[in-house]
Design a protein around this ligand. Structure first.
Ligand SMILES: Nc1ncnc2c1ncn2[C@@H]1O[C@H](COP(=O)(O)OP(=O)(O)O)[C@@H](O)[C@H]1O
Ligand SMILES: [Mg+2]
Length: 206
């Protein structure tokens, strides 16, 4: 078993072709509360991954997962993380990948799953398919506002981490989204408002 990632919330181990995501204690929280939060997030991630797997590409949940042990066993997606690879593809391929990001997010939104942490670190490309991972902050809500915020997070991630091709990449995400969403007009109208609010906040910082 090999530790492959240590984030603020969780340790990720790879054992053969299985990923084990273990939520680690936060010592600044009192024990009871900390365990409650870790259990809740583990349970949430398991149930959202199960729901999402019926519609989009996500790692399959495997036996052994246990909210009591704060552990999720899941399929290892042996591909390329988009945070590290998106800018390395040629334009045609990059546009195709961004279209696929939009498609996956639109399909996910069609069953009212909001991801809550859509960055390119939570997307893996395998066999030309985009897999979404890291559903610890996800929830179910039909409101257009939440869907717009999900898209806004992608926009921010592309703008800050992939700025070289930001314009065409985000346009392609939206093209893919429009094709697979039946409420894209409402969501994109709301996205404009979310963006304006974001800029206003930025300008009035300090
Ligand atoms: N199922 C998986 N397949 C392949 N890599 C994974 C998988 N789950 C997690 N990872 C790797 O571990 C990293 C952190 O996992 P993630 O679920 O995003 O936790 P965190 O909450 O720490 O961001 C990911 O960015 C990815 O590199
Ligand atoms: Mg993550």
């Amino acid at each position: 078993m090999k530790l492959i990632n240590q984030g603020a919330e969780a340790k990720i181990y790879l054992d053969k072709n299985i990923i084990i995501k273990e939520r680690i204690p936060k010592t600044y929280r009192i024990k009871e509360l900390d365990e409650k939060i870790r259990k809740q997030r583990t349970r949430r991630e398991i149930s959202m991954l199960e729901k999402a797997s019926k519609i989009i590409n996500v790692p399959k949940i495997l036996m052994g997962s246990s909210e009591k042990e704060f552990k999720i066993f899941m399929e290892f997606i042996d591909g390329k993380k988009l945070s590290e690879s998106l800018d390395l593809f040629d334009d045609k391929k990059r546009i195709e990948i961004c279209n696929n990001i939009g498609k996956e997010v639109a399909l996910m939104h069609s069953v009212n799953i909001i991801h809550g942490d859509l960055t390119t670190s939570n997307m893996i490309l395998k066999d030309d398919k985009v897999f979404l991972i890291d559903f610890g902050l996800s929830f179910i809500d039909p409101k257009v506002e939440h869907k717009a915020v999900d898209l806004h997070l992608i926009r921010q991630a592309l703008d800050s981490k992939h700025y070289k091709n930001y314009e065409s990449s985000f346009k392609s995400v939206l093209d893919g989204y429009k094709k697979y969403s039946n409420e894209s007009k409402e969501v994109l109208d709301r996205l404009n408002k979310v963006d304006i609010r974001g800029r206003y906040k930025q300008k009035n910082k300090n």
